[in-house]
Write a protein that binds this ligand. Structure first.
Ligand SMILES: C[C@H](O)[C@H](C)C(=O)SCCNC(=O)CCNC(=O)[C@H](O)C(C)(C)COP(=O)([O-])OP(=O)([O-])OC[C@H]1O[C@@H](n2cnc3c(N)ncnc32)[C@H](O)[C@@H]1OP(=O)([O-])[O-]
Length: 661
């Protein structure tokens, strides 16, 4: 049972209340044995905790995931679970919302028995065996709380962790407060649980998180502008795959495929790189085997330098160096080496997939599969289709993403696809704010206080400033082709900030060099500290260019960065790069650390109010007429003019004929 029906939350609850039902089962004189076959989540597990015994099938999973919906367990879970398994284990399960396997549930004491047989039949036999046993010791609500001596410290640490990891989310903190009440008599603890649930239930954060839950499922019902979609396109089976290019991304992708049980040909052209990759991939797989305690056939992966092994694969994912010419050459080779039906996928983060398709004899079988680093951890996958990608190719890539445990989002090919396209104006505004008087830490602090996992400058230092530098050079914005000595403050009449280029020219590439926008303890260091050199560099830059620094508040940082990103999101919708705004929110929450408790950038825009977003963009555009990204998009204007319809109606207002495909 996957718990309460989340769809009911937006309307008056129906049916019997769960709490008195569970209390009645527990208080009854007849032994009740819970048989857990598949999932016991949320209210499902709480119901089982009210039973006198619990039997689980070995493949069952149990958990209290309410926190992921902006709630807390509200049918006694915060009171019974700590009594059953102790405060530390209960806090961990309730604050994280993570599921535990039947085996772990047995070790924790949540279930009394695990079976390979039909749990229902075993439960009936078990019930017969305990029919004469007294039940008084089986009623968890009557158990005294197991309060360890250092409970205060445990709760304090849990609260600090909930604040720190929650990045502004209310539910994790409320989870700690509810569990804390388990040290009280059950009835008083239940009053606290109900009080905290009432506070959360109607909160904007709970609504936003429940929106995220359904959005991440809605994107699986993908569609393309040409009418192809998830339920009229058939995915092909992937019996064997290949990963070409075993750098960081290729290694992560290979691990994903093996963990999904898909045989993999892992290919490199360089012997040393191949050996290094083998060591890393096998170590990662060993770690997963221990963590997941699953049998994994490590023989599924074959490392090779030879292209001939590619003949037998159904799908190739290339993850070679991010260079268009190199990738085009590889795609041309794959056209002749691979079977004619083999899908050719690219992991490129922003190169033109159409151009790669043109380099092959099978453009209909070319799609982008844009994984996010680390590929074996980040759940997001952008599946990029070109105007020639067949629905079958898209369906196959989307299906493969699901098998890999990803949330796949189908997006049309365009520069930066969706995530990186929306990121550009966001990063651009941050650079302009530095020119106007802010420091990297002021900008990052505002963004992280909003709830982003990492501010823009810390994120750039982590991924390496040379990544963006290479892209700007390729675009002719900087580099040898640009007249030296003069700093480009305008490009085609638009404002351009060369600050990042100048930082790179000083060899400051971020964590990898021990300095970038911040100072680190050394090359590869992670502890970002404000760098006096950067402050002096910015002061000198402003002086040379006659820029009068001013104090810039958090509100302006958020509006300039986030509203520019949201505005680009509206342009993505206008171009029909995706067919539903929820796709943009899924991409940003899963791939860019956007706080899920605000729903995602487009949902957040609706919460802030589209008229306010429009008004602030108009204001900033008046102040900075040389920044086109601040010019409000036509769709945003249309939606405001139509009275700000709800997000699921936005696409109705895009004028026909604006589609780019
Ligand atoms: C009192 C108590 O204290 C509190 C208050 C509560 O109990 S609050 C509720 C707590 N329970 C949860 O948080 C569990 C939420 N669900 C899940 O975690 C997963 O669904 C799953 C169970 C692990 C299965 O994953 P899956 O990958 O196999 O399938 P799916 O694609 O996710 O789901 C398949 C389809 O089922 C829908 N669905 C799943 N669980 C649902 C739920 N609880 N309510 C409504 N719809 C649900 C989902 O939207 C999708 O619909 P559609 O897209 O096909 O139209």
């Amino acid at each position: 049972m996957s718990g309460a029906d989340i769809r009911e939350f937006s309307r008056p609850m129906t049916g019997p209340a769960l709490v008195p039902l569970i209390d009645a089962i527990e208080a009854g004189e007849k032994p009740v044995v819970a048989a857990i076959e598949g999932m016991a989540l949320g209210g499902g597990l709480e119901l089982a905790l009210g039973c006198h015994y619990r039997i689980a099938h070995s493949k069952a999973q149990l958990g209290l995931p309410e926190v992921t919906l902006g709630l807390i367990p509200a049918a006694g879970g915060t009171q019974r679970l700590p009594r059953l398994i102790g405060f530390p284990a209960a806090l961990d399960m309730i604050i994280t919302g993570r599921r535990v396997s039947a085996g772990d549930a047995l070790k924790l004491g949540i279930v009394d028995q695990v079976t390979e047989r039909n749990a229902g039949e075993v439960a009936v036999a078990f019930a017969r065996s305990v029919v004469d046993c007294p039940l008084v010791s089986r009623r968890l609500s009557t158990w005294p709380p197991l309060c360890p001596a250092d409970l205060d410290n445990i709760l304090q640490m849990a609260l600090a962790r909930a604040w720190q990891r929650g990045r502004g989310a209310l539910a994790p903190v409320a989870c700690v407060q509810a569990v804390q009440a388990a040290r009280l008599p059950y009835s008083q603890g239940m009053q606290q649980e109900q009080k905290l649930m009432s506070m959360l239930f109607a909160s904007p954060q709970a609504r936003a998180l429940q929106y995220c839950f359904f959005s991440q499922r809605a994107v699986g019902k993908w569609s393309m502008p040409n009418g192809a979609c998830w339920d009229n396109s058939t995915a092909r089976p992937i019996r064997k795959a290949a990963v070409i290019g075993l750098g960081t991304m290729g290694r992560g992708i290979a691990v994903c495929l093996v963990l999904a049980g898909i045989p993999v040909i892992a290919m490199e052209t360089d012997e040393k790189q191949l050996e290094a990759a083998r060591r890393v991939v096998m170590a990662l797989l060993e770690k997963e085997v221990q963590k997941l305690a699953v049998g994994l056939h490590l023989g599924l992966i074959h490392f090779t330098l030879e292209q001939r092994y590619l003949r037998e694969v159904d799908l190739v994912i290339e993850a070679v160096f991010e260079d268009l010419a190199l990738k085009k050459q590889l795609f041309a080779e794959l056209s002749s080496v691979c079977h004619p039906d083999t899908l050719l996928c690219t992991n490129t983060s922003q190169l033109d997939v159409d151009q790669l398709a043109t380099a092959t004899s099978r453009p209909d079988l070319v799609v982008g599969m844009h994984f996010f680093a680390p590929a074996n951890k980040i759940k997001l996958l952008e599946v990029v289709f070109t105007s020639r990608s067949s629905p079958e190719a898209v369906a196959t890539a989307m299906q493969l993403g699901k098998w890999l445990g990803k949330v796949s989002v189908a997006v049309a090919n365009c520069p930066g696809f969706v995530g990186n396209r929306m990121l550009r104006p966001y990063v651009e505004q941050a650079g302009f704010l530095l020119e106007e008087g802010a420091t990297p830490e002021q900008v990052d602090s505002a963004l992280e206080h909003f709830g982003l996992a990492m501010g823009v400058f810390r994120m750039s230092d982590l991924s390496g400033l040379d990544v963006g530098w290479r892209v700007r050079k390729a675009a002719g914005l900087t580099g040898p082709g640009v007249p030296q000595g003069q700093l480009l403050q305008t490009q085609q009449g638009y404002r351009y900030s060369p600050l990042a280029d100048l930082i790179c020219q000083k060899g400051r590439l971020g964590q990898k060099t021990g300095c970038g926008w911040y100072l680190y303890e050394g090359p590869g260091g992670h502890m970002a500290r404000p760098d006096p050199w950067v402050h002096a560099f910015l002061e000198e830059y402003r002086r040379v260019h006659g820029l009068q620094p001013r104090s810039i508040g958090q509100q302006e940082v958020l509006e300039r960065c986030l509203f520019a990103l949201i505005n680009e999101g509206f342009r993505v919708l206008e171009d029909r790069i995706v067919m539903d705004p929820v796709a943009l929110d899924v991409i940003y929450v899963l791939g860019y650390g956007w706080p899920a408790h605000t729903g995602g950038p487009m949902y957040y825009a609706g919460e802030v109010g589209l008229p306010r977003v429009l008004g602030r963009l108009e204001y900033y555009q008046r102040v900075h007429p040389d920044i086109p990204h601040l010019r409000p998009s036509a769709l945003l204007r249309q939606l405001v003019a139509k009275g700000s319809p709800p997000i699921h109606k936005w696409m109705w207002h895009i004028e026909e004929g604006s589609s780019r495909l």
